[in-house]
Ligand binder design. Structure first.
Ligand SMILES: [Zn+2]
Length: 307
């Protein structure tokens, strides 16, 4: 076990303790949606968010594999066990070719939170994307959808997966987090210009979104992180992708770059952080238009990468 691993482990535990302390008025969660009803229900991001929402982490993991089996979707299992945690990552490949675009949505949640925006909605977006790609797989690019476990423990699942991976051929990675609240997208941990970042920006511009209006590019942020960092550590261009309200961008910048002051001070937590890691992170707070926007963004990125 390296110092780096201990650092991840400690950081994750501090983050969870802070989250629990701040989640005032916690209460038992309402029961989750009946699993088979969701598995056989409509394939939209909103409906599929209920696949994982409100379940504990073991049940979330089981629900996702049940979905793949019930829909006869070929998928790979990547179980792992380290001193930090254990679980199962899942992956699904679509398309063919040596160039791989990695799209990531962790399936675990913080205990005590229904985990809708973080991160059931991101999983639901990738499942909807998978359904759409089934009829028109991208040419010359393989899209790998990766669903790691234990992100909330410090990207444990993504780091275990990354250790088995040959990063050559991976053109870029995007980790979806909090896709359901707001009217613009934020691409974060994007400190350096890369060919992949230009492609993603080009895809967004092609949708008519302007930088600093329809989408925002944010350098590496402290405290918060996501699974993409496991791949950035391998030299892969890898970013977080989150939906944010354009009207809150300045407040969000203050919050994410000064999180300790923002969290412990009396400052209002701007959306989407008002429900983040709390019992209030339920699908009723999500905007279907925001989910559709992220889906459209990913389809545009895939088209751009396949050009
Ligand atoms: Zn998350």
């Amino acid at each position: 076990m390296g110092l780096r691993e201990v650092g991840f482990w400690a950081q994750a535990r501090v983050g969870m303790a802070v989250g629990r302390a701040l989640d005032r008025g916690r209460r038992p969660l309402p029961p989750p949606a009946p699993l088979e009803e969701v598995v056989r229900g409509p394939m939209t991001p909103g409906a599929l968010t209920r696949l994982l929402e409100g379940r504990d982490n073991a049940a979330r993991e089981a629900a996702l594999s049940r979905y793949f089996l019930a829909r006869a979707i070929p998928f790979s299992r990547h179980p792992f066990r380290t001193f930090e945690g254990r679980g199962e990552n899942f992956s699904v490949d679509v398309g063919s070719g040596d160039r791989v675009l990695l799209l990531i949505a962790h399936h675990d949640a913080v205990p005590g939170s229904p985990g809708a925006n973080d991160n059931a909605a991101s999983v639901a977006i990738l499942l909807t994307l998978l359904e759409r790609l089934a009829s028109r797989a991208p040419a010359r690019t393989r899209v790998r959808l990766l669903f790691p476990a234990c992100e909330e423990l410090g990207y444990v699942g993504a780091r275990a997966y990354a250790r088995t991976l040959d990063p050559r051929g991976i053109v870029g990675a995007l980790s979806l987090e909090l896709p359901g609240v707001g009217d613009s997208l934020a691409l974060w941990d994007a400190t350096e210009e890369t060919a992949f970042l230009r492609r993603v920006g080009g895809a967004f511009e092609g949708l008519g979104w302007r930088r600093d209006e329809g989408y925002h590019v944010v350098p590496r942020i402290p405290v918060f992180g996501s699974d993409h960092r496991a791949f950035a550590a391998l030299g892969v261009p890898a970013y977080g992708l989150t939906t944010v309200p354009a009207a809150e961008v300045d407040a969000l910048r203050r919050f994410i770059f000064h999180p300790v002051r923002a969290v412990f001070g009396r400052a209002r937590r701007p959306a989407p952080f008002d429900t983040y890691h709390t019992h209030r992170d339920a699908s009723a707070t999500l905007d279907p238009a925001a989910l559709d926007r992220t889906l459209a963004a990913l389809e545009a990125v895939i088209a751009e990468c396949a050009r």
